[in-house]
Design a protein around this ligand. Sequence first.
Ligand code: ATP
Length: 290
Amino acid sequence: MRMKAYGKINLGLDVVRRREDGYHEVRMIMQTVGIHDRLDLTEKDEPGITVRTNVSFLPCDENNLVYKAAKLLMEEFDVKKGLDIYLDKHIPVAAGMAGGSTDAAAVLVGVNRMFSLGLSQKELMERGVKIGADVPYCIMRGTALSEGIGEILTPLPPMVECPIIVAKPAISVSTKFVYENLHANELEYHPDIDGMAEAIKRGDLKGVVDRLGNVLETVTATKYPVIEEIKAYLMERGALGALMSGSGPTVFAIFDNEETAEKAFEDLKNVGLARQVFLTGVKNCGKRLF
Ligand code: ATP
């Protein structure tokens, strides 16, 4: 069974408060983009889960989120057969694109289908949140408002199609580090998440771009100046807007013109600011589960 697991960007990311239990309450506008990992799931007669991947530094044991996802469902439903997972990774790792979460989401959907477990999308999402806060969204995909710790999801109509450049500089950022260093109660600026949701509903790309904002930039972009450098570079080359995604360090830029985006993409690839550069677009997956 072959599956595509898509990455996301955050068009808006606000932190409302830090909860007593250490989790942060967020309000985010999530958007699936065209960059994806490929997963091959193969049933085995002998029990056990095996994980293989094309990326040498990723764990292949229970520390890989795909392993956790398979184990969660296979234990609960006492599946006697085994499963081999091959993960062909393309989404930048530790980058703010929910790469691990989307792989886990694909495995939950795949295992449910492969072993005929009969779980609904909602039931898969309830299990997904045990693996990670973004996993329920990665099962749902598309354009959505995400609240709580990320598990309260309100679908939005698809965002206007547009070219998007995604660029990851040669640094890795731990989500934990960023949240630990965020002064959630002292933020001077909060992005207009509700205004952005309204702009998406109106199909108003300019309204979306005018409201791009991510409070986690106060931590990650302050520590790594290359983030603002990439944003400025892409703005000079005709982007309508540019922002860091999630806890970073990935930057994305929105264009309204394919040619301008292609030229900016070629220039950015050659200038050495980012190690991974993609020219992609919004991905609207419809109601189909992977
Ligand atoms: P988020 O946007 O949800 O914060 P992220 O892009 O910052 O996610 P990931 O790429 O999901 O971060 O992974 C972060 C860490 O999780 C990596 O350092 C990696 O070792 C571990 N990991 C476990 N499973 C996976 C996986 N399938 N893909 C990527 N990373 C994984």
